[in-house]
Design a protein around this ligand. Structure first.
Ligand SMILES: Nc1ncnc2c1ncn2[C@@H]1O[C@H](COP(=O)(O)OP(=O)(O)O)[C@@H](O)[C@H]1O
Ligand SMILES: [Mg+2]
Length: 379
């Protein structure tokens, strides 16, 4: 049955879709529609069926998602959602996927938001970065990278380490889902894309965006994978920019100039040109004040972790999108070539890295010099 006002399909257990897929239960729902676990009666397999809302704009969004899914198929990328079938059902576009395990958010929750260790973080991140790389190779930007749109392929498993249970995907296999917001980089419009917490500054400022938008969001997801915590907890654009400012330092003034010229950012008055700082708007609430007070620098937030990871996240989270690495550069970064920690978990490179990270943060070392340095002393 379709909810007339919102267009969602409220599927009942046992109901048949397209004479082939029998609904078992709802797995999740979002802006675009709902996803149901079904049994594919022809192949005797479990599948996930995404039923788009029966409203023109969501039907069209579903068609765009389908187009991307079909374009990405020939790449045979194991880290991007695979499409098995699609059909129209009572005015709803339905897309059939393999049934995956849990989202990265559910996995983090299952681990009580303690975060994964560095070796797991490396493997898990690599997995979803490869998914993003595949999307970028189609000249598209995903625009909605977040833990809810990253899933473990198989059913998660529990392992006991030193008496503590930890839940993880079998292998480190993650898959990027929800290509519903993907846009061609040449046809993008300056609209408010991306889920709040993972939204980069250029989008908030109404500037043009490109692939580097996904790099920012991926950096936030990597932070969340290692710490278990969402980096930016906020509901207010100015407070969000203030949190970024506290973590990264002042926004480059040219970003302000572009935003002022384009006039798409209605919060621009909260930027103080004299000090070069974002200041509290009149409508902030106590929660935002506390969230801001709790924010530390990336170096402090990630203290105790390998410097290569700190360096990489710091690079992915540059204010200026042009200064962020491409996904290719992220995957080639030393962090992904770091040897695993020894059995006692001792991070042998800590002292070597500290000076270089400090120099990098202070702008005394360029990316090229940094990578060249690592190649010489690393391993
Ligand atoms: N293939 C799948 N297997 C299992 N659950 C899925 C699958 N695809 C989506 N889901 C669940 O449904 C939710 C919504 O799906 P998604 O494609 O992200 O739709 P939306 O565009 O509405 O956000 C996901 O966050 C996840 O919990
Ligand atoms: Mg989604």
């Amino acid at each position: 049955m379709t909810n007339k006002y919102e267009g969602y399909y409220s599927g009942k257990k046992g109901e048949m879709l397209n004479n082939q897929y029998q609904i078992q239960k709802e797995l999740g729902s979002g802006t675009f529609g709902s996803v149901f676990q079904c049994i594919d009666k022809q192949r005797s397999k479990y599948v996930a069926v995404k039923i788009l809302r029966a409203i023109d704009k969501y039907y069209e969004a579903g068609q765009a998602e389908l187009k991307t899914l079909i374009q990405i198929r020939p790449l045979s990328c194991q880290q991007v959602v695979e499409v098995l079938d699609y059909f129209d059902f009572s005015g709803h576009l339905c897309i059939v996927f393999p049934l995956y395990g849990q989202t990265l958010l559910e996995l983090l929750k299952a681990n009580e938001f303690r975060g994964y260790n560095i070796d797991w973080t490396r493997e898990l991140s690599k997995s979803f970065l490869l998914g993003i790389q595949a999307v970028h190779s189609l000249s598209k930007v995903h625009t909605d990278i977040k833990p809810e749109n990253i899933m473990s392929k198989g059913k998660p498993v529990s392992t006991t380490v030193r008496g503590r249970v930890f839940v993880h995907p079998p292998g480190a296999d993650l898959v990027l889902i929800d290509l519903g917001s993907a846009v061609e980089v040449d046809k993008r419009k300056p609209v408010l894309v991306c889920t709040r917490q993972y939204r980069p500054p250029e989008v908030m400022l109404g500037l043009d965006f490109d692939y580097k938008l996904d790099v920012w969001s991926a950096g936030c997801c990597m932070f969340e994978t290692i710490t278990g915590r969402t980096l930016f907890r906020t509901h207010n654009t100015v407070c969000h920019l203030m949190q970024i400012q506290k973590i990264l330092g002042k926004m480059p003034v040219n970003m302000y100039q572009q935003a002022a010229q384009l006039k798409r950012c209605k919060e621009i008055d909260s930027y103080d040109l004299q000090t070069g700082l974002w200041c509290f708007p009149s409508n902030y609430d106590e929660f935002e004040k506390q969230a801001l007070a709790g924010i530390k620098t990336i170096e402090d937030e990630l203290e105790g972790n390998k410097y290569s990871l700190i360096h990489l996240i710091r690079w992915m989270l540059r204010w200026d999108p042009n200064e962020r690495p491409t996904i290719q550069q992220v995957l080639e970064h030393p962090f992904f070539n770091d040897p695993p920690r020894d059995t006692k978990g001792i991070q042998t490179d800590a002292d070597d890295w500290k000076d270089v990270i400090d120099a990098f943060v202070n702008g005394q070392v360029s990316e090229q010099d940094f990578i060249a340095w690592w190649k010489k002393v690393g391993k």
